[in-house]
Design a protein around this ligand. Structure first.
Ligand code: ZN
Length: 148
């Protein structure tokens, strides 16, 4: 009887878990390492195998997967994107943050990661960055963890 109940509970368990997380940024441009935050939500979800979707509902912020070992790379990313979209460039969208929109367009606002063995699948040197291009602000990050 107990095992029947357990089985029933297992089949009723939600296969997805959604989170709305707030991310505080402290500079106009910031690459904030959120790998630990996302990994914690994946761990807490109890999902062993599945997918983790990340979505940034903003037009001047993005989500990036790249090296999180050497902090100097963040400066190079900043300089690279500044080269593509300088803050004082000649833009049609003239509310003062067109560079931030363009940087967000290059980086993108969503990623999907694999979850295996209750952990994000990331390479040895990879981390997940929340990318702020028009901060400092309090930003939203949507995360959905879906079991296989
Ligand atoms: Zn704008």
């Amino acid at each position: 009887m107990a095992s029947e109940t357990d089985q029933h509970a297992a089949t009723q368990r939600p296969a997805t878990r959604a989170h709305a997380v707030q991310v505080e940024t402290r500079a106009r441009v910031e690459f904030k390492d959120i790998t630990g935050l996302v990994q914690k939500l994946v761990g807490d979800s109890g999902v062993q195998n599945g997918l983790c979707h990340l979505f940034v509902p903003h037009t001047t912020a993005g989500i990036l997967i790249n090296e999180n070992d050497d902090p100097a790379l963040q400066k190079d990313l900043d300089n690279f994107l500044k080269g593509l979209a300088p803050h004082d460039g000649d833009y049609h969208h003239n509310d003062g943050n067109c560079d931030a929109h363009l940087k967000a367009a290059v980086i993108g606002c969503s990623k999907t990661l694999l979850v295996e063995g209750g952990r994000l699948v990331l390479g040895r040197w990879q981390g997940v960055y929340f990318c702020e291009f028009d901060g400092p602000r309090r930003r939203d990050l949507r995360i959905k963890i879906v079991a296989d």
